[in-house]
Design a protein around this ligand. Structure first.
Ligand SMILES: [Ca+2]
Length: 183
């Protein structure tokens, strides 16, 4: 049995209110792609123990969703935080991040888990993404992973993202705008 995972900052996706659908639009709706599941990183809120704070990005352009990101000041000794979430029918994961002259390189590990019992999860597979973090000016960048190529990951009950920073002289921060799962 794998050790229990405590999803310290998990949040359930916010469900949109149900809408009534006119009869003549039902077929068209069935053929339409599902809406992307979007989690705004700023909804993690202020978490000083993790170095997370909410930052207004409207001074740097209009690329950031809701004009806000999580500004991350990675905390020693590990310079890491984790986020657990579950979402069904995942095909592609995209993480929209910020790059800037003083932002550190990030390694982002995606773990795909199967639930084996109440509060017990088994790691099925893991994939690693890399974000250099550096840009000459503040800008938005994306990293992604095609979940659909890994059957174990595609049918996972839970996903874990580990954000690991590698701070160096003059490059110590990070920024996360949102996390998008395409169905
Ligand atoms: Ca945002």
């Amino acid at each position: 049995m794998q050790p229990a995972i405590s999803p310290t900052i998990s949040r359930s996706p916010v469900l949109a209110p149900a809408e009534s659908i006119p009869a003549d639009q039902v077929l068209r709706l069935a053929l339409a792609p599902l809406t992307d599941w979007v989690f705004e990183a700023e909804d993690w809120g202020e978490r000083p123990e993790l170095g997370l704070s909410v930052q207004d990005m409207s001074g740097w352009g209009s690329e950031w969703s809701r004009d806000r990101q999580i500004f991350w000041n990675p905390q020693p000794p590990a310079y890491v935080f984790k986020w657990d979430f579950s979402v069904s029918a995942a095909r592609y994961l995209r993480i929209n991040l910020t790059a800037a002259p003083d932002y550190a390189p990030l390694t982002i590990r995606l773990g795909c888990y199967r639930q084996t019992a109440a509060n017990y999860y088994q790691l099925l597979s893991e994939h690693v993404m890399y974000h250099d973090g550096y840009a000459t000016s503040v800008r938005r960048q994306s990293v992604g992973f095609p979940i659909v190529v890994d059957p174990k990951c595609k049918t996972a009950d839970m996903y874990r993202l580990l954000f690991v920073a590698k701070p160096s002289e003059g490059r110590t921060f990070g920024g996360i705008d949102n996390i998008v799962v395409q169905h």
